[in-house]
Ligand binder design. Structure first.
Ligand SMILES: CC(C)(COP(=O)(O)OP(=O)(O)OC[C@H]1O[C@@H](n2cnc3c(N)ncnc32)[C@H](O)[C@@H]1OP(=O)(O)O)[C@@H](O)C(=O)NCCC(=O)NCCS
Length: 226
């Protein structure tokens, strides 16, 4: 397998996908006003893991572990019985992305421009040293730069398992117009070891995505879009 296999798909309304999910996932889907993003994403992840392991997608079991409180009720997902396989999934209203690798803990994130279109974005997301790059940008250029940066930071925080318990403004990444890189970890939480980050090209012009893996090995991305 390539070092990181990534699949992206538009969110679909297809009841047959429910057959791939387990009871817990179906219950979670039922509780959502719009279940389609959740169902699309979890079916995508199951199919990806199935293709990598040879398992029946319906038979795959996921377990969770919260890096902050230790519970198994929420947090980063892992595949039961495959400790050497690392997975991540991300979804929004219109797109879902899943990633699998054996290199190390992985985080994937997809963002649409609308989700970064709010006035407080710089203070919530950026360190003071990162804000200069964004100062002269407007319109779609600004939203694209924000989505790129946000996706990189969230991918890193999903790889570490912290999620937004760590303030993303304390995770410094390279400017959006240069290759993705974790530059500095200012958060009080224990910093990750070697961390690789890459932008992941999306077929939708108003989406940006990134993947991060806790490894010192170079990433070879194999990206498929439905
Ligand atoms: C992880 C997180 C950043 C994802 O946010 P998001 O943009 O809404 O969602 P995405 O679509 O990109 O990713 C969602 C998926 O991330 C995964 N995920 C959840 N928590 C995660 C974590 N701590 N680390 C890595 N992945 C996580 C799950 O697979 C989740 O999908 P699911 O909820 O459908 O099962 C956010 O949910 C978060 O910060 N969670 C941690 C909160 C926390 O730990 N609080 C302390 C509790 S003690």
């Amino acid at each position: 397998m390539s070092s990181v296999v990534i699949r992206a798909t538009p969110v679909v309304d297809d009841a047959r996908l429910l057959d791939l999910l387990d009871d817990g996932e179906r219950e979670r889907a039922d509780r959502r006003r719009d279940p389609n993003p959740f169902v699309t994403a979890h079916a995508l992840l199951r199919r990806l893991v199935a293709d990598e392991t040879g398992a029946d997608p319906r038979a795959i079991e996921f377990e969770k572990r919260c890096a902050t409180c230790g519970t198994d009720k929420h947090g980063k997902p892992h595949v039961v019985g495959h400790r050497d396989l690392f997975v991540s999934v991300s979804y929004g209203e219109r797109a879902a992305v899943a990633a699998v690798t054996r290199l190390g803990e992985v985080g994937v994130d997809v963002e649409d421009f609308a989700s970064t279109d709010f006035d407080g974005f710089p203070s919530v997301t950026l360190d003071a040293s990162e804000q200069g790059y964004f100062a002269d940008l407007t319109g779609n250029d600004l939203l694209a730069a924000r989505a790129t940066t946000w996706a990189r930071k969230e991918a890193i925080l999903k790889a570490t398992g912290h999620g937004l318990v760590v303030d993303p403004s304390e995770v410094l990444v390279s400017a959006p117009d240069v290759p993705a890189e974790l530059l500095e970890w200012k958060a009080k939480e224990h910093p990750p070891g070697p961390t690789q980050v890459r932008d992941v090209s999306m077929p939708w012009p108003d989406h940006r995505a990134a993947v991060a893996v806790l490894t010192d090995r170079e990433l070879d991305l194999d990206v498929h879009t439905a």
